[in-house]
Design a protein around this ligand. Sequence first.
Ligand SMILES: [Zn+2]
Length: 321
Amino acid sequence: MREIFLGIDLGGTEVKAAALNPAGEVLWSGRASTGVPEGREAVLSRIEGLIRRAGRAMEPAPLAAVGIAAPAVIDMDTGTLEHLSNFTAEWDNSPLRADMERRTGLPIFVLNDVRAATVAEQIWGAGRYYQDFISVAIGTGIGGGLVLNGHLYGGSRGAAGEIGHVTMAPDGLPCGCGNIGCLETVASGPAIARAARAAIERGDADLSELAESCTPTPAQVTQAAQRGSESARVILAEAGRWIGLALGNLICVLNPRAVIVGGGVAAAGDLLLDPMRVEIERRTVVFPPARGGVVVVGSPLGGAAGAMGAAGWAMRQGGAP
Ligand SMILES: [Zn+2]
C-alpha cells in the first residue's frame, strides 16, 4: 500500500490541505477558514480537524506524515514558529510541531510557506527543469525561496530567500518588518492597491470604474489593465519593474537559470512578468541572453503550491521513496 502525505498551508485567512501520494497526485483536498481572532488553540483545533478529515478520506491508506507551511520564521530543528506574520502575538515562539504531534500522533514537519512553494516547484512544478532557480511569491507580502545545486538553500537559520525585505527605497515607507523601503513596500499587493487608490484620488479617469472600491484589489487592477486601462497597466508595470530590479541584484550574486513567479498577484501574468523580464535583462548585463540569461516563468501550481510543497517536504523528511 502506498503511503499518503498531507500538506497543510496555514494562511492568515484560510487553511488549505492537500493529500498526495509520492507521485504528487492530489488525492484529496480540503480547506477551512483560519479564524485568527479566535485564538491559537482554536486554529490548532481546525488544523487537527483537517488532518482527521484527510485521514478518514484516505482510509485504508495511512497518513505517513504531515507537512505544515506557515508564513513564519521557523526554527527548523524544533519546528517552533519564531514569528508568524499577520497572526496574534501568542503564536510567537510557539512549538507548532510538538503541539500538532501531540494532537495527532503523526510525524509533523514545519516549513516556511514560500520555501514550501519552492519545494513544490522543484518536485512537481516549473523548477523540475532547473538545478538553480529562485522562486518568488507575490501577494500581501513578497517571499522567496532558493534552490541551488539542486537543493533548497536555507541559510544559517532556514530563512534564506526573504527577497521582500531587500531595501529598494532607503528613505521610503515603513515595512511591517521594521525596516524602511523594503521591496514589499513598493511592489506587493497592498502597494499595487495603494498606487491605484492614489491614482483614483488624483482623478485618474482611466481608473474611475474602481472608484467605489475603497481600496482596489490587485485583481481589480489586473482586470482594469486587461480591459485596456493604461493607468492600471502602468501600476502593474511599475511593481514588475521593482521586483525585476530586486531579482536582478539577486541574479548577479547567485547566477540561477530561472525565476519562477507565484502568489496571488502573479495572476496578472505578463502584465507583471514582462516588465520584470525587461528590468532583469537590463540589470544583469553580466549574464546576457546570448550566454544563457535567465528564464522568468509563472508558477504552474498556483494557489496549491504551498500545501503541495508542505506534503513534499514531509515526504522528503519522512524518507519517502
Ligand atoms: Zn521589510
